[in-house]
Design a binder for this molecule. Sequence first.
Ligand SMILES: [Zn+2]
Length: 69
Amino acid sequence: MKKGMHPEMKLISVKCTCGAEHKFYSTKDNIKIDLCSSCHPFYLGDASSMIIDTEGRVQKFRNKYGDNY
Ligand SMILES: [Zn+2]
C-alpha cells in the first residue's frame, strides 16, 4: 500500500436539515444530509402502517395455508 492512500477515519458529526445531529466515522470533515433516522418517513410512522400491513399479509397467508408451509 502506498502512503497517503488511506485517508484517516475520524468521528464527525453530521447535521441533518431537520436539526438532528448524528455522529459517525468518515474521512470527510463536514457532511450535511437531508434525511436521517429522526426525520425519514420510515421512522416517523408513515411506514409503520406499511409494516403492520405486511404483517397482516403474513397473517392472511398463515390463515390460508396454515403454519406448516
Ligand atoms: Zn433529519
